[in-house]
Design a protein around this ligand. Structure first.
Ligand SMILES: [Zn+2]
Length: 128
């Protein structure tokens, strides 16, 4: 492949492993910004890989809550067994918040939940 004249006098081979040859500035490592993005995205994906099991648990619990909220009673309670059989984990990593009612809730995105004192029921609210 014939090297492409680009932004400078220095002969380069793109460091993203695409094999592109070009002439660039002394400190230019990549053929163009899209090749640099490709490398940075791959680094980021590798960094985030170890968080995937947590994310998966969060997604599973969130889906269970989405189904659960359709089955709550008039005070927004649902039997926890209906959620745990869908993979819901009340200890899932979440953020906490204090509701207008003064109770402490956990939440995933738009769904807030808390356990009853006997831990048999889950109260679920959708909030904005
Ligand atoms: Zn490249």
């Amino acid at each position: 492949m014939e090297p492409i004249q680009l932004g400078g006098p220095h002969y380069k081979i793109c460091e993203c492993d695409c094999g592109a040859e070009f002439y660039g500035r002394r400190n230019q490592k990549y053929f163009d910004p899209s090749h640099k993005s490709k490398v940075n995205n791959a680094k980021r994906d590798k960094r985030n890989e170890k968080f995937k099991p947590w994310f998966d648990e969060m997604i599973i619990s969130y889906r269970a809550l989405q189904i659960g909220i359709k089955n709550v009673d008039k005070d927004n309670w649902v039997y926890i067994g209906k959620l745990t059989k869908l993979g819901f984990d009340p200890e899932v990593a979440t953020k906490g918040l204090t509701g207008k009612d003064g109770n402490r809730y956990k939440h995933i995105l738009d769904l807030a939940f808390r356990l009853s004192d006997d831990k048999k029921y889950v109260q679920i609210f959708k909030y904005k």
